[in-house]
Design a protein around this ligand. Sequence first.
Ligand SMILES: C[S@@+](CC[C@H](N)C(=O)[O-])C[C@H]1O[C@@H](n2cnc3c(N)ncnc32)[C@H](O)[C@@H]1O
Length: 453
Amino acid sequence: MQSEPSPKSREPAPATARDVAGFGLFWPGKAAAFAEAALPPRSTLVARTPNAAAAHSVIAGDNLEALRLLRPQLAKAVRLVYIDPPYNAGAEYLYADTFHTATGDGRRHSRWLDLMAPRLVLTRELLRSDGVLFVSIGDHELAHLRLLCDEVFGEENFVACVPRIAKRTSNKGTHFAPSKDYLLAYARDLRQLPPFHDVIDRDYEKRFRGKDERGRFATVGLYQNALDPRPNQRYWIACPDGSLAIPPGETFPDALEDGAFVTPRSQKDRVWRWSHQSYRERRELLVWKKSKRSPLLAPGGGASPWNVYTKYYLEDRLRTGLRPRDFLDGLTNDQGTAELKALGLDDCFPFAKPVGLVQRLLQWIAAKDAVVLDYFAGSGTTAHAVLAENAADGGTRRFVLVQDGAPTGRTDFATIADLTIERIARAKARLDAERAPRPGEPREFAVFDVRPD
Ligand SMILES: C[S@@+](CC[C@H](N)C(=O)[O-])C[C@H]1O[C@@H](n2cnc3c(N)ncnc32)[C@H](O)[C@@H]1O
């Protein structure tokens, strides 16, 4: 698969619309790499287990052939693709992570792009119109991957580049201790990708300490220091004892009455979050709290004894959902290692991603019946996440995983695919032991081999 491209394929033939326009990413062999996606499969999927019709599948073999073979069955059917390809970072423990020659010339990136280009083209074909791709990637290939995805998916379908804190304790590196990687996300069609939802967990719910006739609420200051002055947002607010309060500043409304406003004259004149019109319409959402350290001013410029807050309700947040932040913390690599260890698979696989990372993606897309594809399966984290998330929320998501048969040199797991399969079996057994599967809950997985014709 990583064979040298023929001299012909080194010629800069146009591969994509961007090439025709003369703008974009170029590497020797690009046209040949894109052409790979259109080739018919030269192998067959052969069931290794008797349950070929099981809900989930694991395919042992090269992922380019597997994607070609999956095309008839999965075209426009996949809601979420998560892949974690080699980062090309020069580490080589169990699987090839380095795609360059000893001289370190431009081939370093070319060979990696040869690997990714045809697979991404086929990924796009398999995604539903509301489908999304997430790729874990490090700094070595982030820039190239982004340009490549811009070509394959269209720049307009870029969703986000989400940094993830991957480790905290490393002191390696010359200037910085590398601690993060990224999740690059592209939609099949951004206009059809529903907004993402973050799950509202117990910790978040704890913020809603207040309660009134409408339900549980939390409060947030109506004055925020970071707000730049804007017209219509500097006005007096009447407090419960009849006194007036206004954000810090030097300019005050002429009239000493509730709602009287003034246009800020300089950066020093700070403002409320709401315009005075909103304030009049939504006054029932206000909460006043006495505070000795209130930043607000009273008439005459002295400190106000009050601070002013607005309520927001748990019920509203549950209905509209939370937008996830575009960075990830609390999902570090050591969790992935610990999860393998907990299944009795210590020292089997380096850099397994935490199950929670893939569960987070499943929660973001909020499709309980999603078909989920991961064709750089490694230790099978994605399958584990799908099973765990189905168990947690009653979903019927199905996974399709692909992992090649790279030899491990070990006696217990001869190939990485063997390890993938064993990990999924152990994760499933663990979940089954915790709770019997619900009727209809997809737990069984079939194994297939990519057999050359
Ligand atoms: C970074 S690891 C994925 C780790 C995985 N996310 C986990 O949590 O365990 C990349 C995996 O892709 C596999 N791989 C690389 N090239 C492949 C190919 N052409 N076909 C199938 N698998 C491949 C490697 O063997 C390796 O297991």
